[in-house]
Design a protein around this ligand. Structure first.
Ligand SMILES: C[S@@+](CC[C@H](N)C(=O)[O-])C[C@H]1O[C@@H](n2cnc3c(N)ncnc32)[C@H](O)[C@@H]1O
Length: 271
């Protein structure tokens, strides 16, 4: 697997992830996962594959000042952005560089593990899930989000399909890889294989208001692993992609507003 399919963004791309993707798409889904986890005051929470820390920051508010939150990511650039953001009300958040497959925590020591849109990028998914299970208390829970199949989120589907057609599948894979683990039965089987006995899966659809698509699409691409392939394409090809995606999503544009449905699995795992 190449680094681009594991969503490894460097420096300015991590900033763009925070400034473009988090407010528009990933942030609302991080909040949906935190709400689903039903965090209680004073709980200890780790956000694994925290990226720039959207779920960790919502969790800090939910557990309050008596709680503990730690964001874990393998990517130093994402953590640097997370550290640079203003503090939020609630629990203090610590940020730490580590691999999900080797979490720096004792057995049975954490109340809740959050894993937002990250499990799909792990080459060793069962090992990662088993590691999350190892660190949660026997009464604890692991809450995971994973996109539903690509065609169920029309914005992502249209963008991937159009980039694959005009530039090539090797560029589109930078976004398509986020849907590598989206089949509900496959997800359930992996979680079961990692040793969890109680698994509750549901789907969250969020209808997200996106900024004007002709401006948002190139900005969004710049914050993903597709950026290099898109930048190398001729300007006329870039413009064609933006125009075609905008046209194909016209049914979601009403009175100058664009509101598009996105679908994600949210899964609660307990031992
Ligand atoms: C699509 S981003 C999601 C970030 C964040 N959870 C969110 O919802 O915005 C995936 C993140 O997983 C991280 N990641 C990928 N593999 C990892 C691993 N083995 N251990 C820790 N983090 C990992 C990447 O560095 C990236 O920050």
């Amino acid at each position: 697997m190449t680094t681009s399919t594991q969503w490894q963004l460097a420096n300015e791309a991590a900033e763009r992830y925070q400034n473009i993707l988090t407010p528009a798409i990933l942030g609302p889904f991080a909040k949906a996962l935190v709400d689903f986890a039903a965090l209680q005051p004073a709980e200890s929470v780790i956000d694994v594959g925290c990226g720039t820390g959207a779920a960790a920051r919502y969790a800090a508010g939910a557990v309050g000042a008596a709680g503990r939150v730690m964001g874990i990511d393998i990517n130093a650039a994402m953590l640097e952005v997370a550290r640079s953001l203003p503090a939020v009300y609630g629990a203090p958040i610590a940020w730490r560089e580590a691999n999900i497959t080797h979490l720096p925590f004792d057995d049975n020591s954490i109340d809740v593990v959050l894993c937002a849109q990250t499990l799909q990028f792990l080459p060793e998914k069962i090992t990662g899930l088993a590691e999350m299970r190892r660190v949660v208390k026997p009464s604890g829970r692991v809450a995971v989000s994973l996109w539903c199949p690509l065609e169920q989120s029309p914005y992502f589907y249209t963008l991937v399909e159009t980039i694959a057609r005009h530039i090539g599948p090797e560029t589109a894979i930078g976004l398509k890889s986020a849907f590598n683990l989206s089949n509900g039965d496959e997800i359930y089987a992996l979680i079961e294989a990692a040793g969890f006995e109680q698994i509750e899966m549901t789907v969250r659809q969020l209808d997200l208001p996106l900024p004007h698509l002709t401006e948002f699409i190139p900005r969004h691409i710049s914050a993903t692993p597709m950026a290099a392939g898109f930048n190398q394409a001729a300007p006329v090809v870039q413009q064609k992609i933006v125009w075609e995606v905008t046209e194909q999503l016209r049914e979601y544009q009403i009175n100058g507003r664009t509101e598009i449905p996105f679908k994600s699995h949210v899964i609660m795992c307990k031992s």
